[in-house]
Design a protein around this ligand. Structure first.
Ligand SMILES: [Zn+2]
Length: 462
């Protein structure tokens, strides 16, 4: 920022040509709320669990970063230690945030870390868990409380808005493995041989928020990999939780916030030992620190936001014969899903045949792009969008509604019954039933529809 003394009128004039070239001119605010359940609850993500939570490794959080550009345009990203934000919570939260703070949905990102050591949230994957009525009630009450906490935390972040400088950078971390292409047991050997296969995205996007005195106020970072190192019944943010703890230990006054990339087909491997979760957290934090150390690029104080709900078709409604067959399926949740579908079909229910899917773009300073998708997108989407929209593109998945995996056409084709390799079939097919949707897969055109939608929102955010 440069101040010019104007002789003719004896006032100080702000030089607009230079305004924000140093990344200043922004306002930023942060807030957080502890969302660790206060009573035992069912944990999300795995259908194989047989009991409720039995303690915690760390607290679970929602954290909000509010931003305001030089023209007063505001936006808020909220990150969470949750499996996903279901459609109902997204819609209720957006309605309240509009009413209370005049925020429109394009100005809001509700993201989830996809940790599988977090509570079941009402309205998502409910066929998967063997719940009784008492547990359902606890889950419902938790969701109601969570909606209130989301709105309150965003309000606190907006109230905290104060002058700031923004900068964007990128690090790397290499623990994500393409889970479709590398059998889990073989990963240590394949890694040692440098023979891991399949697409990955090892980038660590970093948005740094500095106070005028140079202190790091917040750091928002992402990674494209399932938060599934651990499957115990203890509350934990998994590797992303350990990464945030490490960063906040290193920078005591900083709010560290994690968002998931397109990690639908990526796993942290090897896994199932807490030391792995801690180690991957350290690796991810090191990726963030290296981006910070390399002086991230200042972003001028201009924020454009755009969002659309693109209609994605579901595949055909399963026939009664297909459902009858699936009632005998041993996979957790599948028989419950098939039984529910059959009874609803017999009762004459009209099933949805498509789904409104959120696609969003934020552009910082006319150059740094953040594209967000709902659901669990496979890594192809991040790689494709970086090619399509340029190197300064970050891609987040698991935003604004997690309703299913989001395969590309390649993954859908690979997961067609009859032509599958061992280990395939989940992301492109079976997950649809796990998520409780009335179909055995998406329609074939979802990748084309999502790509066209992304182009439109990116264009609108220019
Ligand atoms: Zn997942």
């Amino acid at each position: 920022m440069i101040l010019i003394f104007c002789r003719s009128c004896f006032v100080f004039v702000l030089s607009s040509a230079c305004f924000g070239a140093d990344g200043a001119g922004w306002k930023a605010g942060t807030a957080r709320a502890n969302i660790t359940p206060t009573e035992p609850m069912w944990l999300a993500g795995y259908g194989s669990r047989t009991n409720v939570s039995d303690g915690k490794v760390m607290d679970l959080w929602i954290k909000a970063l509010a931003l305001e550009d030089a023209k007063g345009h505001r936006a808020v990203i909220l990150t969470s230690d949750l499996l996903g934000i279901p459609q109902s919570i997204y819609q209720h939260s957006c309605a309240e945030l509009r009413k209370k703070f005049k925020l429109k949905p394009d100005q809001i990102i509700l993201s989830a870390s996809h940790s599988h050591c977090t509570p079941v949230v009402d309205g998502a994957l409910n066929d998967v868990y063997p719940l009784n009525d008492e547990q359902r009630k606890v889950i419902k009450n938790y969701a109601i409380k969570l909606e209130g906490q989301i709105v309150e935390t965003v309000g606190q972040a907006l109230a905290d808005l104060a002058p700031a400088r923004l900068a964007g950078g990128q690090g790397t971390a290499d623990f994500a493995v393409n889970r479709r292409e590398n059998p889990e047991k073989e990963v240590p050997k394949l890694r040692a041989q440098g023979a891991l296969k399949g697409p990955t995205d090892h980038s660590v996007p970093v948005l740094a928020v500095y106070l005028p005195d140079g202190k790091l106020k917040a750091v928002l970072f992402g990674y494209a990999c399932h938060n599934t190192v651990m499957s115990y019944n203890k509350w934990s943010g998994d590797y992303a939780g350990f990464a945030q703890l490490a960063l906040e230990k290193n920078h005591p006054e900083t709010t560290a916030m994690f968002f998931m990339g397109c990690g639908g087909d990526q796993n942290p491997l090897p896994r199932n030992r807490q030391e792995f979760a801690e180690n991957y957290g350290k690796k991810l934090a090191a990726g963030v620190e290296s981006a910070l150390a390399l002086s991230p690029k200042n972003l001028s104080p201009e924020l454009k936001t755009s969002l659309e709900m693109v209609t994605l078709p579901l595949g055909p409604l399963p026939s009664e014969a297909e459902l009858e067959k699936l009632t005998a399926n041993k996979a957790p949740g599948t028989h419950r899903w098939a039984e529910r579908m059959l009874s609803e079909q017999k009762a004459g229910k009209t099933f949805i045949r498509d789904y409104p899917f959120p696609v969003q773009a934020w552009k910082f300073g006319g150059e740094q792009l953040l594209v967000t998708l709902g659901g669990e997108p496979v890594v192809d989407y991040a790689l494709k969008f970086k090619k399509e929209f340029g190197a300064q593109t970050w891609v987040a998945g698991y935003c604004n509604d997690v309703m299913n995996y989001i395969p590309t056409r390649r993954v859908l084709d690979e997961d067609k019954p009859g032509s599958m390799k061992p280990g395939w079939g989940y992301e492109g097919s079976r997950a649809t039933t796990v998520y409780g949707l009335p179909a055995l897969r998406w329609g074939d055109e979802v990748e084309d529809l999502i790509t066209a939608s992304a182009k439109r929102v990116v264009e609108k955010a220019q």
